[in-house]
Structures are given as structure tokens and as C-alpha cells.
Design a protein around this ligand. Structure first.
Ligand code: BGC
Length: 256
């Protein structure tokens, strides 16, 4: 039984698919989350099977808002035209429609970093923050969410800015740190280049850094040498699930 102040959030990532019921009043998981590894072949069908498993596992009631994050730009009602870190067979698919059909209930899909941005603006490090807040998530890729006076500007894909001749996420993501065996200091130097580029083009008032690695911000923040204030995400890696649940609830409210 899911109380009315709850919605369900699912976060589709490059390595895991995670879900939990979310208490929308305080922006926290209502019960513990469940994580299922992302299938090696992360095709639409393989991922949809896991989403169904998560909904069944929590016995999510009909009528509960269900939000899902996706690691690519998501334009409601339109087919996907770009994806970096999941199977290319997603291209051409209207994700919300496809997953809704598969699981037999309505779901609302949005970009993963946008979900994190919404959650941070509502419940986390960007709450009550006026001006321009740039939320970036450091994980398999780099996601971005642009928040202007509390409002999200969706689908900014700033992980794909060109840095050192390649996609910035290939050079500065958390996965790039692991792949290249970088010390926190060396990674911090790469991040300095990335955040200086963002500073130059966007002049934000605040950077919020999310993704799993944001738990260890004390290890690498000292090496990021920029002028803009920078803080760790208040909700860390939970922001995706919480933002997805919040978004689904907002979408359903607009329809009524
Ligand atoms: C994708 C973004 C996503 C980010 C983080 C990038 O490769 O293009 O849409 O937000 O990874 O998952």
C-alpha cells in the first residue's frame, strides 16, 4: 500500500538499475531501495524486464506516480535520437511509451541528471537558491542540469562539451578516473579544466556535484581550482530516484 504522499522512482544507470518508493514530503526513500545490475546487453527489452521486476517487488499500486530516469536526452512524446552509454538499440524509441506498454501502466521518463537537478532544487543543495545553479553528475558519463531560479531547463548535455579534443565525459567522468587509474589530485586537475570551461560559458552562481562519487567530495574538491562556489549534492546518488518520483507526481498533477 503506497500512501498518497508517495511516488515511485527508478534510476537507470550504466551499471545498476535502482528503485524505491519516495516520500515526497521530505524527499527521502520511504523504504530501502533495491539495486539490480544493468544487463550487459542493455537493450530496451532487457531493461524493461528489470523495471517490471522492481515494480512487482514493491507491489506498487495502480495510480501511484512512477518516474524513471534515463541516461540520455528525453523529449516527451518523441523518439530517442542520441544515447552514449547504453545499447544503441534504444535509438528511435519513445521510452515512456515503450516502458508503459511493457509494464502495463503509465510511467514518466526524464533525463537522469535532470532528475537529480530537480531533486537537489526541491530537497537538496540547490533548494531555495536563486540565480543559475549548474548540477553535474559524475558517473559513467557526465550529466548536467541547469536550474534557473528553481526552474529546470531540461536536456542540456554538457558532458559532451569538447575538452582536450574529446567528449568531456571521456576525459573527466568518474569512470575516466577509474579507467585511467588517476589519483584524486590528478582527477581534480581534469575536473578543474572541465569546470573552468563551464564557468566560462555559463557563469553559474553555484555548482552542485552529484553522482556516487560525490560522497567522497572531501577527497577531490580541494583540487578543483575554480572561482564559482561548489558543493556536494545533498542527496548524493539517491537524487535520481527522488527526482524521478517528484517529476512523475508533478506530471500527474498537471494532468488533473
Ligand atoms: C548522457 C546524458 C546523461 C549523462 C549521465 C551522458 O552520456 O548523454 O544524457 O545525463 O551521460 O548519465
Amino acid at each position: 500500500m503506497i500512501p498518497t504522499a508517495q511516488a515511485f522512482g527508478i534510476d537507470i544507470g550504466g551499471s545498476g538499475i535502482k528503485g524505491a518508493p519516495v516520500d515526497l514530503i521530505n524527499g527521502k526513500f520511504a523504504t530501502e531501495r533495491t539495486r539490480i545490475p544493468t544487463p550487459e546487453e542493455s537493450t530496451p527489452e532487457a531493461v524493461a524486464v528489470i523495471i517490471k521486476q522492481l515494480l512487482d517487488h514493491y507491489d506498487v499500486e495502480d495510480g501511484t506516480p512512477i518516474g524513471i530516469t534515463f541516461p540520455a536526452p528525453v523529449k516527451p512524446g518523441k523518439p530517442l535520437d542520441f544515447i552514449a552509454n547504453l545499447d544503441q538499440s534504444w535509438i528511435g524509441i519513445d521510452i515512456s511509451f515503450m516502458i508503459s506498454q511493457f509494464v502495463g501502466r503509465r510511467v514518466f521518463v526524464l533525463n537522469d541528471a535532470d532528475a537529480a537537478g530537480l531533486a537537489e532544487a526541491q530537497y537538496g543543495a540547490a533548494a531555495q537558491h536563486d540565480g543559475l545553479v549548474l548540477v553535474t553528475t559524475l558517473g559513467t558519463g557526465i550529466g548536467s542540469a541547469l536550474i534557473v531560479n528553481g526552474q529546470l531547463v531540461p536536456n542540456t548535455e554538457l558532458g559532451h562539451l569538447i575538452l582536450k579534443g574529446k567528449d568531456a565525459e571521456k576525459y573527466a567522468s568518474s569512470a575516466a578516473r577509474v579507467r585511467d587509474g588517476l589519483t584524486w589530485k590528478k582527477w581534480g586537475k581534469r575536473l578543474t579544466k572541465y569546470y573552468r570551461l563551464l564557468e566560462h560559458y555559463f557563469n553559474p552562481d553555484l555548482f552542485v556535484i552529484g553522482g556516487g562519487v560525490s560522497k567522497h567530495s572531501d577527497k577531490f574538491f580541494p583540487y578543483i581550482d575554480i572561482d564559482t562556489p561548489i558543493v556536494s549534492a545533498g542527496l548524493h546518488n539517491d537524487a535520481g530516484i527522488i527526482g524521478a518520483a517528484y517529476y512523475a507526481n508533478q506530471c500527474m498533477k498537471k494532468e488533473h
